[in-house]
Design a protein around this ligand. Sequence first.
Ligand code: 4AD
Ligand code: MG
Length: 437
Amino acid sequence: LKRVFGLARSNGGNPVKIDQISGWVKNVRPLKTITFVEIQDGTTLQDLNVVLKQGPPSFRPALGQSVTVLDPEIVQRKNQQFETICLPHNLRLVGATTEYPIQNKQTALPTLRKLPEFKHRTTYLSNLMRFRHKIESRLSKTLDELDFTLVKPPILTSIDCEGAGEMFKLKQDHWDKAVNLTVSSQLQLEVLMMGLGRVYCLQPCFRAEKSDTNRHLCEFWMMEVEASFIGKNETLMDLVELMIKNVVSSLCETEDLPKYFPVGCNNGVTERWAKLLQDWNRITYTKAVDLLLSSGVNFEHELTWGKDLNSEHERWLCDHFGGPVFVTNYPRDCKAFYMKLRQDNATVECFDLLFPDIGEIVGGSIREDNYDTLKAEIQRRNMDPNELEWYLNLRKEGTVPHGGFGIGIERLVSYLYGNPNIRDSIPFHRTTGQIDL
Ligand code: 4AD
Ligand code: MG
């Protein structure tokens, strides 16, 4: 369809003749003397409007069927719609339906989530997957332009990178070490960074999350970045901001955009993108706590210096600043063992990027590069230094200041698409205790 639409577009209102065109029926509107049958084949966001003339029907067009139109003459109408007029014997059924469960364009998302094998046939969710693809490619493009190498760390690992005890553990009797699904590839990226200088990966992470919210998944995708010879948070935050702003700029320039978001149902996305192109705020954790405590708001979760921020605090901060906020230098005990201790001995050189509505989108830090300090921190947390001997070795042999971050892909996609539940931003979501296909 995409190719034929292109030909019809450049043919100045004259029809383009081809042998046949196939697709799935997305909509059927019977009128008195004709029936409108809208079909799509996945190559374009737009439907082909098949104007079916009356005559002896060989089958009744219905949603979900796959069909072929023989000898179509496709034309672009003044209203930009693509159309072909079709006689009944030229419309052939390829695959019939029996109880096709998606009855109209407005099927609600909670219903679609229970139809994993069918839900991507809706325009909304298939567009969301195309949208995700666009975002991932644009994020990669920025890193490629900056000479980062895309690497492939393992999914099976023996370590809990974040130390949060949220690992999926596999039972393997004949292995002498624990086998877990990775929660983050950061530590392996640090190994690779020591040879390649600048690396990134895009792959799934697994967390046995107990939080059953619209921003938590048990299997989600992270783009993780690690760079050598970087000693300041600011450099990392500049890179995050550049990567995401490049995504937003490219979305704003997308020709297809009106088709992703038909008029009236764009969820206010264009406004939120425009806001993202403005300056982002950066404040320290300590300043954030001061602001929250003096806000006069009665938060459900009590906050004192030293406690991690909750999603209600994150939301308040974004509202307060009217856009994204980087919160830096959290207390060491709020964060993972590998973060660089600051001179105050109380906070670490790290940041979280908070987005309105959804909260934390990116987490990153400068890593502790001093062998003794890192070892002492591992021991202070009652972690086993033997398990992390290889990681400590990196600090013994040619250690360098370095840092990186992880971007939660589904959260970013959700926010940019204006669809608040991240379960829709991944084809097959896995949440607490739930797995379908
Ligand atoms: O803040 P996190 O846990 O950071 C790390 O794992 C670091 N090791 C990354 C690094 O520096 N290389 O996770 C990073 C991001 C979060 O900001 C969030 O966007 C996303 O990953 N994330 C989740 N997304 C969906 N469901 C979950 N359960 C998530 N947990 C984290
Ligand atoms: Mg985090």
